[in-house]
Design a protein around this ligand. Structure first.
Ligand code: HAM
Length: 415
């Protein structure tokens, strides 16, 4: 094939290939998430990436920017409009509404889906990411709001973050509604009211003096957004839980129309990664899209991209370790059968053993084991097979230990 005809090896723009090291990190992230949410009684659900496009256009579910500019929407072969889910909340609301009578409330659900958004790829923003969704349905209690924020806090701590590493900023849709009323009284146009919300959200992303000036201009004068009673109470419950890094921030807006009460975002406090890591809030009417009797909900979505950056700047990313315990190499090609038998024996006893087929020189076999970061190596040679004694080499330290064939499995499993 000529050079021109060859296909590019690059992944589609804005999405990632997960080679084993990246996949192992994703698995680590999700295993920590799972253990924290399951401790609080959340159970896992799942759904297809394909949803009917109308789900994101419905009044109340909508986020204009997301729906109009950021969805992957296409016609299927039957002429139906299909969207790759850009978020999980409409899906889980649909699922809850569909089985409201059977599900039992309060209902605690979590899922770790991949979601798709046609965004301009940049730091912390890609076109596909994995997103933990934690949602609690059927409760209006402020303890439910506090539980959700407590879970978010618990996940951060479980990754090794200190309280000073992140900040939970609470906002209030009720406070924003109140502001809207005031602005309507001041005859501020709906267009300008929208611009005000966008500007509130820009805190930290532009000069603060300029932002304040523009806000005042748009609002026909200065204004204040004051903390609502529900947020005060949620913060009290959280401080009883020992959470001291939750504050009220009038600039928290969140992009989705469906939020109705408390909203929150978790920020990284690191100077070189000072950004929102994830967020969520209360949405009491979303299931009304499907059902006469709406079920209140509260939850959040936490993406893997921003989380990876958070862990990286703090050195909290664990080093890669493959699941493989040992690499079985072959001194000369004709011994592959003997090595095969040894590997099979080890596997039978629960050891994860990868076998080299002896097609490359021993030095290259060793390099493969090192490239794969496999911690131990056994070289199967004539003498080893004859004596049933094998040298186990630690590939990190170079140390070697000779063990009898029947001692090998215990050695690897007792590590
Ligand atoms: P969201 O703020 O749009 O909320 O997304 C939640 C999180 O997903 C973000 O804070 C970020 O960590 C991650 N994320 C979003 N877009 C991208 C992207 N393009 N690239 C990388 N990461 C991204 C929601 O989606 C709500 N449905 C969350 C929710 C659940 N609210 C209640 N329950």
């Amino acid at each position: 094939m000529s050079k021109k005809e060859r296909l590019s090896t690059e992944a589609y723009k804005g999405v990632r290939d997960f080679y084993p090291e990246e996949q192992a990190l994703l698995n680590y992230l999700t295993s920590v998430m799972r253990s924290v949410v399951e401790r609080v009684g959340y159970v896992e659900y799942h759904a297809s990436v394909l949803e009917s496009a109308e789900l994101y256009r419905a009044k109340g579910a909508e986020n204009e920017e997301l729906t109009n500019e950021q969805t992957y929407t296409f016609l299927d072969r039957g002429g139906r409009e299909v969207t790759l889910r850009p978020e999980m909340t409409p899906t889980v609301a649909r699922m809850v509404a569909a089985k409201r009578r059977e599900l039992g409330f309060p209902l605690r659900l979590y899922s770790i889906p991949n979601v798709f958004r046609y965004e301009r790829p940049q730091k912390g923003r890609l076109r596909e990411h994995w997103q933990l969704n934690v949602d609690l349905f059927g409760s209006r209690s402020l303890y439910a709001d506090a539980e959700i924020i407590g879970v978010a806090y618990g996940i951060m701590r479980a990754f090794g973050a200190k309280e000073s590493d992140f900040e939970i900023r609470l906002g209030s849709r009720n406070a924003l509604e109140k502001l809207d009323m005031e602005l309507i009284n001041r005859e501020v146009s709906s267009e300008n009211r929208k611009k005000i919300r966008v500007l509130l959200d820009k805190k930290g992303k532009m000069s603060e003096g300029e932002r304040q000036k523009e806000l005042e201009q748009l609002a026909n004068g200065p204004f204040e957004i004051t903390e609502t009673a529900d947020i005060v109470e949620i913060r009290r419950i959280l401080s009883d839980l020992g959470v001291t890094n939750a504050t009220f921030d009038p600039n928290i807006v969140r992009g989705f129309d469906y939020y109705t009460g408390m909203i929150f975002e978790v920020f990284d406090t690191h100077p070189s990664n000072n950004r929102s890591l994830f967020g969520g809030g209360r949405y009491d009417n979303l299931t009304a899209l499907f059902d006469d009797e709406p079920t209140p909900g509260v939850g959040f979505g936490m993406g893997d991209v921003t989380l990876r950056d958070f862990l990286a700047v703090r050195g909290l990313t664990p080093p890669y370790r493959p699941p493989t315990h040992v690499y079985v190499a072959v001194a000369t090609p004709e011994l592959v059968g003997g090595a095969w038998a040894l590997a099979a024996e080890l596997r039978q006893q629960g050891v994860n053993a990868a076998l080299d087929f002896g097609e490359r020189k021993l030095g290259d076999q060793l390099k493969t084991a090192s490239k794969h970061k496999i911690p131990y190596l056994i070289v199967v040679g004539q003498n080893e097979i004859a004596s049933s004694n094998f040298a186990v080499r630690n590939l990190e330290t170079g140390e070697e230990k000779t063990l009898a064939r029947e001692q090998l499995a215990a050695f690897f499993l007792n590590l």
